[in-house]
Design a protein around this ligand. Structure first.
Ligand SMILES: *[C@@H]1O[C@H](CO)[C@@H](O)[C@H](O)[C@H]1NC(C)=O
Ligand SMILES: *[C@@H]1O[C@H](CO)[C@@H](O)[C@H](O)[C@H]1NC(C)=O
Ligand SMILES: *[C@@H]1O[C@H](CO)[C@@H](O)[C@H](O)[C@H]1NC(C)=O
Ligand SMILES: *[C@@H]1O[C@H](CO)[C@@H](O)[C@H](O)[C@H]1NC(C)=O
Ligand SMILES: *[C@@H]1O[C@H](CO)[C@@H](O)[C@H](O)[C@H]1NC(C)=O
Ligand SMILES: *[C@@H]1O[C@H](CO)[C@@H](O)[C@H](O)[C@H]1NC(C)=O
Ligand SMILES: *[C@@H]1O[C@H](CO)[C@@H](O)[C@H](O)[C@H]1NC(C)=O
Ligand SMILES: *[C@@H]1O[C@H](CO)[C@@H](O)[C@H](O)[C@H]1NC(C)=O
Ligand SMILES: *[C@@H]1O[C@H](CO)[C@@H](O)[C@H](O)[C@H]1NC(C)=O
Length: 751
């Protein structure tokens, strides 16, 4: 799951190693103990197929490769057949090899484990409480959320005033432990636990809080006076409070298996959701060995937009995830609110740190010490960073402790009976976290001042106040938000867009605690979390909002509208659009973008041909009986081969100059008889020419094509990032596309 906390960040590497250990499945029958779950992906459901015929074909394939009917039956885990074709089975590596290349099979790959990665956020992106809505249509929109489940009893999911469930809905609501059913707001709830990540097949209930948070960010009802114990107080609401929610629980204790994820997509598409929100990460690879790319491809074919979190591995380059061009990849931006936690020292000095401290001090001052002063000399570990086991309980009990660095020492200090923690760190200083005890993270300079004060007196004292809100200049991209460029389709700019993901207040599950730690006794229905996980449902909701006014638009048209009307980041970012994509969403503006860059299903197929996927595989992908041939399609032209709303050139080097051509077609979605002129902004050393640079439109719906020629001279620079743009303007609209040139080389040993 993709919410952030500092501890998670530090232990990420360790966890990844743990997750790489294969899950042993099935009975002990014939090697079953060493079989591993593999996904066998078979493209679209064949024409004229029935449930039984598809399941039979899966079983026959499996039996043929295993060579034993009985074992094959035991090895089968799941047949995907509603929205696409494929199955999951426990296989030996040689059996997986035996399936590869067989008729009708596109890819065979092991199931991996992935991670899950608002009061004010909607005001901040220009959607005040009273924004114009098309409620009648909005209430027919269903947002499918693939996540850790949902806590329906949270106030965000009250269904007061909701009409009957939309008649197009074909999904269901599974009941189970701690989950008594759905309502008119949360109309669907299912769970998939096919790899038994949870010891019991329980229910769609959210015992983590993540799914409740993302679902309520997207479509939570309006709740007045929401806060986390008074912190972040305001009116909480989803972006489309009248829309319906369908939850697909595919994550268990912060892990999400590919098998469950794909089953979630299979069901959601068939159930009739309009938008899919996936706040789950995982390294991107070949599109047809990546379950999120596969699921979202079939969603796109059914005109369902998929919004995905771009990952929390920033601020390093080449960290962006979920990059398939039919996905809307979301970066996390800030709102103009930050959380400030003040610390006062016995010498009168007051310092400002960041954290989400819900505890009000009971005394005016508390005794203060530091990790190095409280060291237990008989033990190991680094006491100055307050490592677990390095401190003496006597010295900590009843005191506020100053620790160098921040790595979740609040657990250690709390366990030793400490009353507070002051830490110092310059990493991720833009993000505030909830902690077990009163805490404030200062910058390193201020941390030194605290340490110096402690050393200067025998009885140092301090107090940590409850967190308050303050303004900050925004938007900027959160430090943890993953950055481009991507390495799969090198000329498609990712992330696409940014949305608030820093310190977001939204619904939460009472079955989890505020920090998620079982010893934390605070249970609430609102919590403040950060991550691209929180940004992703903002975009899902923005897409639903646009769709409520433009019901017939394709996912690509909606994405284009969101991208070309986005607000550029105000604060300089050395990576430019590799951090933010086109900028921060502005849903209201996106309803009237002027022009859209649309992409049809068959243009995606041409793009795949250009990317080197062969006719046989693409033929299976389409599920058509007719033999598919890449040369029968209009070839994908130009540098990127797709009518994308942004333009990107990624070169290893520019020793022979920079040269690219982008072919584009825009569709007029507004008034008749309008003329657009191209306004170019070119970075130093780059020429950008738009041909033609005037486009005249008669009717709404009319299309016009143009090309953008980008040229630059030779350079021996090994790394360079240059950012320009082309903007189409008529009297009312500005349709902006960033043009980003990246010269550099992905170092496998690096980042
Ligand atoms: C297409 O690619 C697959 C592997 O991805 C390969 O097995 C197959 O032979 C290829 N087909 C053609 C016609 O090149
Ligand atoms: C149901 O909720 C209770 C606490 O209210 C918890 O102890 C129990 O583990 C939950 N069961 C499941 C299956 O989530
Ligand atoms: C303890 O941690 C601090 C801060 O990271 C570091 O400067 C110091 O060298 C460490 N000490 C030992 C003994 O590892
Ligand atoms: C110091 O460490 C030793 C060895 O781990 C432990 O037995 C002792 O209780 C610790 N002392 C305090 C005061 O925490
Ligand atoms: C405070 O004293 C500790 C040793 O007790 C030392 O490691 C630290 O550097 C001192 N801090 C400052 C700011 O002088
Ligand atoms: C320690 O605290 C007492 C009051 O609690 C104060 O009178 C005394 O001056 C302090 N000593 C130092 C060294 O600050
Ligand atoms: C695809 O079409 C081209 C031209 O129409 C033809 O030359 C080629 O043989 C066809 N390939 C296949 C595999 O049918
Ligand atoms: C420049 O990049 C191309 C591939 O884009 C590569 O073939 C060539 O070796 C590179 N040249 C240098 C000098 O690195
Ligand atoms: C657009 O132009 C055409 C032809 O010049 C004209 O007939 C039509 O009325 C105009 N429409 C609008 C809305 O101005």
């Amino acid at each position: 799951m993709w919410k952030m906390n500092r501890v998670l960040l530090l232990f990420l590497l360790v966890k990844l190693l743990v997750f790489a250990v294969p899950i042993h499945g099935g009975s002990s029958l014939d090697h079953n103990d060493i079989r591993k779950p593999y996904i066998v992906y078979m493209g679209d459901v064949p024409e004229e197929a029935t449930k039984t015929s598809v399941e039979h074909s899966h079983h026959d394939l499996l039996a043929a490769v295993i060579g034993d009917e009985e074992i094959a039956r035991g090895a089968m885990i799941y047949s995907y057949r509603k929205s696409f074709n494929g199955f999951t089975a426990n296989l030996l590596p040689e059996e997986a090899d035996g399936l590869r290349g067989r008729d009708g099979i596109i890819s065979v790959f092991p199931s991996r484990k992935r991670k899950l990665l608002t009061t004010r956020s909607w005001d901040f992106v220009g959607m005040p409480l009273g924004v114009k809505r098309n409620v009648a249509v909005e209430s027919d929109i269903i947002i499918g959320v693939l996540d850790s489940g949902i806590y329906v009893d949270a106030p965000s999911f009250r269904d007061t005033g909701f009409g009957p469930i939309p008649s197009k809905w074909k999904g269901k609501c599974s009941k189970g432990a701690n989950f008594t059913g759905c309502n008119r707001k949360v109309i669907g709830a299912r769970y998939f636990n096919l790899e038994h990540l949870s010891p019991v097949d329980s229910s769609p209930v959210d015992d983590d809080g993540h799914g409740t948070h993302t679902a309520s960010t997207a479509a939570g009802a309006i709740v007045k006076d929401a806060s986390l114990y008074g912190v972040g107080a305001g009116t909480a609401r989803g972006g489309v409070p009248s829309a319906r929610i369908a939850i697909y629980k595919v994550c268990w204790t912060e892990m999400c298996s590919d098998v469950d994820l794909l089953a979630g997509f299979d069901a959601a598409i068939a159930d009739g959701v309009d938008i899919i929100s996936v706040s789950i990460g995982g390294p991107s690879g070949d599109y047809f060995k990546d379950t999120i790319a596969i699921g979202s491809f079939h969603a796109m074919k059914k005109s369902i937009l998929t919004s995905c979190a771009g990952g929390n591995s920033g601020p390093t380059e080449y960290t962006i995830e979920n990059v398939a061009p039919w996905i809307t990849t979301v970066a996390a931006s800030s709102t103009n609110r930050k959380f400030v936690t003040k610390v006062k020292l016995g010498n009168g000095l007051t310092l400002s740190g960041s954290s989400i401290n819900t505890f009000s001090p009971k005394k005016t001052m508390y005794p203060l010490t530091s990790g190095s002063k409280a060291a237990n000399s008989t033990t190991y570990g680094n006491a100055s960073v307050c490592d677990d086991g390095s401190l003496s309980e006597d010295m900590v009990k009843g005191r506020v402790v100053y620790c160098w660095d921040y790595s979740g020492q609040d657990y250690t200090i709390a366990n030793l009976g400490g009353v507070g923690l002051i830490s110092s760190s310059d990493i991720m200083s833009d993000t505030a976290f909830t902690t077990m005890i009163a805490e404030s993270t200062l910058n390193i300079k201020d941390g030194r001042a605290v340490d110096k004060y402690i050393n200067s007196t025998k009885n140092a004292t301090a107090v940590i106040y409850k967190t308050t809100s303050a303004k900050r200049i925004a938007p900027f991209i959160a430090s943890f938000s993953s950055r481009g460029p991507q390495i799969i389709s090198r000329h498609i700019l990712k992330p696409d867009i940014a949305a608030p993901g820093l310190d977001i207040l939204a619904g939460y599950s009472k079955l989890s605690s505020v920090t998620g730690d079982p010893t934390d006794t605070r249970h609430t229905t609102f919590n403040i979390l950060s991550g691209t996980s929180m940004a992703c449902p903002h975009v899902a909701a923005a897409a639903a909002y646009v769709k409520s006014f433009r019901p017939s638009w394709s996912p690509a048209a909606i994405k284009s509208a969101l991208m070309t009307t986005a607000t550029p980041m105000r604060i300089d970012d050395r990576l430019h659009e590799l951090s933010a994509g086109s900028g921060q969403i502005n849903p209201v503006k996106a309803v009237h973008p002027g022009l859209v860059y649309d992409i049809t299903y068959s243009s995606y197929l041409s793009f795949l041909c250009k990317e080197g996927y062969n006719s046989t595989d693409i033929g299976i992908l389409t599920g058509s009986k007719k033999k598919f041939n890449c040369s029968s399609l209009k070839p994908a032209k130009g540098t990127d081969g797709l009518n994308y709303p942004s333009m990107h050139i990624q070169l290893e080097n520019a020793t022979s100059g920079i040269s690219a051509v982008f072919y584009r077609t825009v569709t007029n979605v507004e008034a008749q008889n309008t003329t657009y002129k191209a306004v170019v902004s070119a970075p130093k050393g780059i020429s950008i020419e738009v041909i033609p640079d005037v486009l005249k439109f008669g009717n709404n719906g009319q299309r016009r094509s143009f090309k953008v020629v980008v040229k630059g001279s030779r350079t021996t620079k090994t790394r360079d990032i240059m950012s320009g743009s082309v903007e189409w303007r008529d009297s009312k609209h500005r349709v902006k596309s960033p043009i980003l040139v990246y010269i550099g080389r992905y170092m496998y040993e690096g980042s």
